[in-house]
Design a binder for this molecule. Structure first.
Ligand code: ARG
Length: 469
């Protein structure tokens, strides 16, 4: 069988024939690792510097290599780099091109490094920088939620458990709940970023190298955090990548829940909210339709990000120390997760910003006296009644109202007074949803003053962790 690659490979000296076509096709990674060209070229520039510092490359040769790497970057940036079918991966393609440009000098750059440390260096930098893009995208969504919360801060809305109306809240409080959930998504991505931001070059294939290349010099040149302490760990570990994709999967699930709520709230059954025209879609057959496709796609895309995480976890779980070729499979799920959130976050931020709310429908749904049964029970607790007794007694009032075909407001005052003599005088206020929200005035509660303070705290946290400077 014929050699599938010709002579452009980074290896082959010990073999009498080249790889079979099917084996080559299985291994080629240029189709996706080409996305790492910026990181790979930066690593090569740093490597030229390290070789020079170690006395293995003259200043002129280093400068000629760096200039060639810059020309190479221009080719990639203008989509003009000639990737060939005989290039196994990005690293090999760049070395082939350097040798074509510089002859023997191009072949000096591989000394003391391996594709094992090169690829994980590239992936770490790429993923670290992707964190900043994701956090900015979360920040835009948080800003949209905060703006909608401020504009509707004291509108009454029903809040749910089990998708059954539970208690009235302020719409601002409800919208800010999503804000804080996203604040923890920011923290998770930032946590992963910190662990991604470690330098690995100087590790060689796995055990370090004999050429005096300093790991600290690479870290400084690349603007990466301190070198990982152990060269074996450096080429083998992908836990920080797993952590990022894990954080992205949780984020995608947060966004999916918000998407689901938009789907519900924009139905005619709920009728609480309406998406702007730019974020609504029509039907090809039913002219009246106004569909929330954006929210549904946000919900749908969560599945693929969860799939990316499962793919990565499964790839890594059986691997012994150190580098194993399975690790080539780390890149596509990572790219897909980041790309998917890059689509979802701006669309959802725009959809949220476009939301208008129906004040009357929200207020009507929030004005269910039964939803204030807890308030009546807590009034009794303040009057000295054990909660267990109060709960039972107020349950009896709800039943009595049902039996009379009315609601709590419609109960005769002698029935109410039978539970506690102070109740009738406070009855209307206890069953008023606005008063009920104002009573919940703890710092985390839905009273207007509490929500205003919460909003001020949220404003300082858009796209940031609790501790970021
Ligand atoms: N394409 C490989 C990857 O993405 C690069 C490292 C290959 N190393 C090797 N010894 N074949 O993981």
């Amino acid at each position: 069988m014929s050699d599938a690659t010709g002579s452009g490979r980074l290896w082959g000296g010990r073999f009498t024939s080249g790889p079979e076509a099917s084996a080559w096709a299985l291994g080629v990674s240029t189709g996706f690792d080409v996305r790492l060209w910026r990181e790979d070229l930066a690593g090569s520039r740093a490597h030229a510097g390290a070789l020079h510092r170690a006395g293995l490359l003259s200043a002129e040769d280093r400068d000629a290599l760096v200039a060639a790497l810059d020309r190479c970057a221009d080719l990639f940036a203008s989509d003009a780099f000639p990737l060939l079918p005989t290039d196994e991966d990005l690293h090999g393609a760049i070395e082939r091109w350097l040798v074509e440009e510089l002859g023997d000098l191009g072949g000096r750059l591989r000394a003391g490094r391996s594709r094992n440390d090169q690829i994980v260096s590239d992936v770490r930098r790429w993923a670290r920088d992707a964190c900043d893009v994701v956090v900015a995208g979360i920040g835009d969504l948080q800003a949209a939620l905060l703006e909608r919360a401020e504009a509707h801060l004291d509108w009454l809305a029903p809040a749910y458990t089990h998708l059954q109306r539970a208690q009235p809240v302020l719409l601002g409080h409800h919208l800010l709940a999503w804000f804080w959930m996203l604040a923890r998504d920011v923290e998770r991505v930032e946590g992963a970023r910190g662990r991604l931001d470690r330098s690995v070059l100087g590790s060689g294939a796995l055990a370090g190298q004999t050429l005096g290349l300093d790991p600290e010099g690479y870290a400084a040149d690349l603007g990466m955090g301190a070198p990982l302490e152990n060269s074996l760990d450096a080429v083998a570990s992908r836990d920080a990548v797993l952590e990022l994709v894990g954080a992205l999967a949780i984020l995608a699930v947060t966004l999916s829940r918000l998407g689901e709520e938009l789907v519900l709230w924009t139905t005619s059954e709920f009728g609480f909210a309406r998406l702007g025209d730019g974020y609504s879609t029509g039907s090809s057959m039913m002219p009246q339709k106004r569909n929330p496709d954006v929210a549904e796609l946000v919900r749908g895309k969560a599945g693929r990000v969860v799939g990316d995480l499962v793919a990565l976890l499964t790839t890594v779980k059986g691997l012994p120390m150190t580098y194993d070729r399975d690790l080539q499979e780390d890149k596509e799920p990572l790219f897909d997760a980041v790309d998917t959130l890059g689509l979802v976050l701006p669309a959802l931020a725009g959809a949220v910003a476009s939301l208008s709310f129906d004040r009357e429908r929200l207020a009507a749904a929030a004005d269910d006296p039964a939803a204030l049964a807890t308030d009546v029970a807590e009034f009794l607790v303040r009057a000295g009644v054990p909660f267990r007794t109060a709960h039972e007694a107020v349950g009896g009032l709800v039943r009595a109202a049902e039996e009379r075909g009315t609601d709590l407001r419609g109960l005769p005052s002698d029935v109410v007074a039978a539970v506690h003599p102070d109740l009738p005088a406070r009855w209307d206020e206890l069953l008023d949803p606005r008063a009920a929200t104002d009573r919940r005035d703890g710092s985390n509660g839905t009273a207007a003053a509490s929500v205003r303070a919460q909003l001020a705290r949220a404003r300082t946290r858009i796209g940031r962790t609790a501790t970021s400077g």
